[in-house]
Write a protein that binds this ligand. Structure first.
Ligand code: HEC
Length: 157
C-alpha cells in the first residue's frame, strides 16, 4: 500500500515535470501588421450585419487580427489553436484580401457560402468554446445573399 502511494507520487511529479517541459515548446503566435486598404472590409461592399458576422465567427482564424484566448498560451492546447489559425489564414485571410484578383475573390466568396451552408465553418472545435460564433439559419442566409451580390458586382467590369 505504501509502495503504491509512493509510485503514485512519483508519477504525479513526473506529470508535472512533463507539463512544464511542454511549455518550452512555443510556436509563434502572430498578428502580422494590417494595411487597412487591403482588408475585405475595404475591398468589398458589405452592410454592418455582414461585417459583424465575419467579425464574430470567422475573424479569429481568417485574419491577422486574431483575438488570442488565454489557453493559446498553454501547451499543448496552444499548438492546436496556433495551427488552426495559421492554417485558416493560409486558406483565406480577410486582412490580405487585396492580394486576390477578382476571379480569385469571386471563388473565395463562393466557398464562404458553401462552407457555412455545409456547416463546415466555423470549425466545431471553435464553436464548442465560442458559443457566440455559431451561425443561425438567418446568419447563413445573410452571408450567402451577400456573397451572391458581391460576386455579381465584382464579376461585371
Ligand atoms: C477555428 C478556426 C476557424 C474559424 C473560426 C473559421 N475557419 Fe474557415 N478555415 C479554418 C481552417 C483551418 C481552414 C482550412 C482547412 C479546412 O478546410 O478545414 C479553413 C478553411 C475555410 C475556407 C476554405 C478556403 C479555401 O480556399 O479552401 C473557407 C471558405 C472558410 N474557411 C470560411 C470560413 C467562414 C466563412 C468562417 C466564419 C463563418 C470560418 N471559416 C471560420 C479555420 C477556421
Amino acid at each position: 500500500m505504501r509502495k503504491a502511494l509512493k509510485i503514485l507520487k512519483w508519477l504525479a511529479l513526473l506529470g508535472v515535470v512533463v507539463i512544464i517541459g511542454l511549455q518550452f515548446v512555443r510556436p509563434a503566435r502572430t498578428n502580422p501588421a494590417v494595411d487597412q486598404s487591403q482588408t475585405i472590409y475595404a475591398r468589398l461592399q458589405m452592410n454592418p450585419q455582414v461585417a459583424s458576422i465575419l467579425d464574430r465567427s470567422c475573424r479569429d482564424c481568417h485574419s491577422n487580427t486574431t483575438r488570442w484566448p488565454w489557453y493559446s498560451n498553454v501547451a499543448p492546447v496552444s499548438w492546436f489553436v496556433i495551427d488552426h489559425v495559421n492554417h485558416g489564414r493560409s486558406h483565406m485571410n480577410f486582412s490580405e484580401w487585396g492580394s486576390l484578383d477578382n476571379r480569385q475573390a469571386g471563388k473565395k466568396l463562393e466557398e464562404i457560402c458553401e462552407e457555412v451552408e455545409d456547416g463546415a465553418m466555423p470549425l466545431k472545435s471553435y464553436t464548442r468554446l465560442h458559443w457566440g460564433a455559431n451561425l443561425s439559419p438567418e446568419d447563413t442566409k445573410t452571408l450567402c445573399e451577400w456573397t451572391a451580390t458581391e460576386r455579381a458586382r465584382i464579376a461585371s467590369p
